[in-house]
Design a protein around this ligand. Structure first.
Ligand code: 13P
Length: 249
């Protein structure tokens, strides 16, 4: 399965910073065509500029969130169809920062993923346990519950990516060990197959949480790791491109 390396820029970068970042990535892609799929998810207000900048380049652009409804009186929110209309291919849903800061639960994440599918987008469904849940030995149980609750009936191998992002590893520099990642990705793959049958084999499983230029090579070779969702390191073009080049192909 071809790897996907996705950069989640979160709420970082003014227009000039983001354009400089995208230009630097374009130059790298022109220098050596990526052997994996490469996605950047800028803040939504910068998506139009990012799309215009990547025209004709293999780098694709995605959103960081969408609303569960197709349109309506939802001040400040963005519909999946709006992201698709601007040329986005993917949208992240259920990131732990949104689950935490916007009290999103599994059912809402599933509704957002369904909205993404209706708009023709690939939903990147995020899940992951807290430090406390891991200490209690409940990591596998927590993520399988999140997966079952966050996948809509419309999910299949082509329109859904699952990102395992242990909360304690996000932005902390505390990366999960390859053994931790292997165990959880194994459990998630089995659960995907149990929910989606043969389609479950085709869903790409990303790891996210302090992925950087130094640890990417090893993490990307863990069984059932089909790519990475990168936060901080995706804002540094040299580091992000080192991760892109580390993907097996
Ligand atoms: P960091 O790579 O900064 O730990 O963030 C991971 C993440 O949350 C990506 O969605």
């Amino acid at each position: 399965m071809k790897s996907l390396i996705a950069g989640n820029w979160k709420m970082n970068g003014l227009r000039a910073d983001s354009m400089a970042l995208i230009e630097a990535l374009k130059a790298k892609a022109a220098g050596s065509a990526p052997g994996c799929d490469v996605l950047v998810c800028p803040p939504s207000i910068l998506i139009a500029n990012a799309m215009a900048a990547v025209a004709g380049n293999p780098i694709t652009v995605g959103g960081q969130d969408c609303h569960a409804e197709d349109k309506g009186a939802f001040t400040g929110d963005i519909a999946a169809a709006m992201l698709a209309d601007f040329g986005c291919s993917h949208v992240i849903v259920g990131h732990s920062e949104r689950r935490r800061d916007h009290a999103e639960n599994d059912a809402q994440v599933a509704a957002k993923a369904a909205a993404a599918h209706r708009a023709g987008l690939v939903a990147i469904v995020c899940l992951g346990e807290s430090a406390e849940e891991r200490e209690q030995g409940r990591a596998a149980q927590v993520v399988t519950g999140q997966l079952a609750g966050s996948l809509p009936p419309s999910a299949n191998g082509a329109n859904t990516v699952v990102a395992y992002e242990p909360i304690w590893a996000i932005g902390t520099g505390k990366v999960a060990t390859p053994g931790d990642v292997a165990e959880i990705h194994d459990v998630l793959r089995a659960e995907l197959v149990s929910i989606l049958e043969s389609q479950g084999e085709a869903v790409r499983l990303l790891y996210g949480g302090s992925v950087n230029a130094a640890n990417a090579h090893e993490l990307l070779r863990v069984p059932h790791v089909n790519g990475a969702l990168v936060g901080g390191a995706s804002l540094k073009p040299d580091d992000f491109w080192t991760i892109v080049e580390a993907a097996p192909h």
